[in-house]
Design a protein around this ligand. Structure first.
Ligand code: FAD
Ligand code: DHB
Length: 390
């Protein structure tokens, strides 16, 4: 087989790029390791920044998001029971975020690829990248007993943190920066009315908690748990009791509980791989960088990679201009590191660290008090949460 751009990974990054390039007449093939059902069963991001929503519209996939997604102009921060609001709209100069699940957005992208006869191969096994440092790179995968070869101009590694693409970059070229946090988030999805119309980020001595939502009948809650905990350690009853204990009394009192329809634990990690280009391989999204979820930046960081790559590829094919491809890694990394900084800061501000000393707790408290006493600090938070410009 032959294509112009072979995209490894059928998550939001890979699908979005495939869709955008298709609309500009550039041919792509997406190789996804898992079935569509499997990809759509992963419950992940919920908050989309303005730039991501714009990209969905440009990809002609924004219709359902605009109809069903919720615009949020602020969120709440609870500090050991005391609640304060961050007015995103006011402090960002009129911007906001969209609450729309990653599952729904991925479904919309798959539907669009189907409508336009896009080539998305599911259950592609043993994907391997070859001759990336030549002008004739190719990708192979296995379907049953058959090994299939795809010749292409460029390979996009959009196969997430555990994918194969990043590992195809030689060890003496690749630099990895990582921080692993000593806790994870236990997430529960339940068919219940959300406890609050706006998200609540809760700092509490028992550990962080987050009240989020997918719609007015579907809630998404998280609590910080030790890395040693497993999903089996947490019955629904235990989860609800712990969540309530970390929220203000009046919020806990109006919490509607119900059976969980999904429960999973995500460890928290900060990670960046540099460079994001090697030869004719370009990394995008979680394949190159991971943030702890506290600042809701993960998918949104992927969006800027896709935006830069999309424009770089269009310039290459339409105008013979390679400057976007040349500057991709440096440009993408500059924004990636800002999302890293913000996510690290939100994580340090709101979580309980097992090895913290009283001095650390005082600083955390002071950081939070300063935030709500300073218009400049609130503006900085809002600017980052709604998304820095691409
Ligand atoms: P992925 O979604 O990981 O997609 C990669 C795809 O590649 C997968 O489908 C995988 O099956 C496939 N793949 C892997 N290996 C191979 C291979 N060898 N061959 C072929 N295919 C392969 N982000 C936000 O912006 N806002 C939020 O509110 C938010 N909340 C989050 C909450 C949680 C609990 C978690 C875990 C994450 C959250 N994120 C959030 C982060 C967000 O989900 C990710 O950043 C996003 O999924 C990245 O998309 P991606 O397409 O780059 O990678
Ligand atoms: C959600 C996840 C986040 O990490 C976050 O900061 C906000 C919302 C969510 O899954 O709804």
């Amino acid at each position: 087989m032959k294509t112009q751009v072979c995209i490894v990974g059928g998550g939001p990054s890979g699908l979005m790029l495939s869709q955008l390039l298709h609309l500009k007449g550039i041919d792509t093939i997406v190789l996804e390791k898992h079935s569509r059902e499997y990809v759509l069963s992963r419950i992940r991001a919920g908050v989309l920044e303005h730039g991501f929503a714009e990209l969905m519209r440009e990809a002609e996939c924004g219709e359902r998001m605009d109809r069903e997604g919720e615009i949020h102009e602020g969120f709440l921060v609870s500090d050991n029971g005391a609640m304060r609001r961050v007015d995103l709209h006011k402090y960002s100069g009129g911007s906001s975020v969209v609450v729309y699940g990653q599952t729904e957005l991925t479904r919309d992208l798959y539907d669009a690829r189907d409508r336009m006869n896009g080539k998305v191969v599911h259950n592609a096994e043993d994907v391997a990248l070859h001759d990336l440092d030549t002008d004739k790179p190719y990708v192979t995968y296995r379907a049953g007993d058959e090994v299939i070869r795809i010749d292409c101009d460029y390979v996009i590694g959009a196969d997430g943190f555990h994918g194969v693409s990043r590992k195809a970059i030689p060890k003496d070229v690749l630099r990895e920066y990582e921080r692993v946090y000593p806790f994870g988030w236990l997430g529960v999805l339940s068919r219940t009315k959300p406890v609050s119309p706006e998200l609540i980020y809760a700092r509490h001595e028992r550990g962080f908690a987050l009240c989020s939502l997918r719609s007015q009948v579907l809630s998404r809650y998280y609590i910080q748990v030790p890395l040693t905990d497993t999903v089996g350690d947490w019955s629904d009853d235990a989860f609800w009791a712990e969540l309530k204990s970390r929220l203000p009394d009046e919020v806990a009192a109006r919490m509607v509980t119900g059976p969980s329809i999904e429960k999973s634990i995500a460890p928290l990690r900060s990670f960046v791989a540099e460079p994001m280009r090697w030869g004719n391989l370009f990394l995008a999204g979680d394949a190159a960088h991971i943030v702890p979820p506290t600042g809701a930046r993960g998918l949104n960081s992927a969006a800027s990679d896709i935006y830069y790559l999309y424009h770089a590829m269009v310039d290459h094919y339409a105008k013979g201009d390679d400057s976007g491809l040349e500057s991709y890694s440096a440009k993408a990394l500059a924004r990636v590191w800002k999302a890293q900084r913000f996510s690290w800061w939100m994580t340090m501000l709101l979580h309980t660290f097992p090895d913290s000393i009283p001095y650390d707790n005082k600083l955390q408290q002071t950081d939070l008090d300063y935030l709500f006493s300073s218009e400049a600090a609130l503006a900085s938070l809002a600017e980052n949460y709604v998304g820095l410009p691409f």
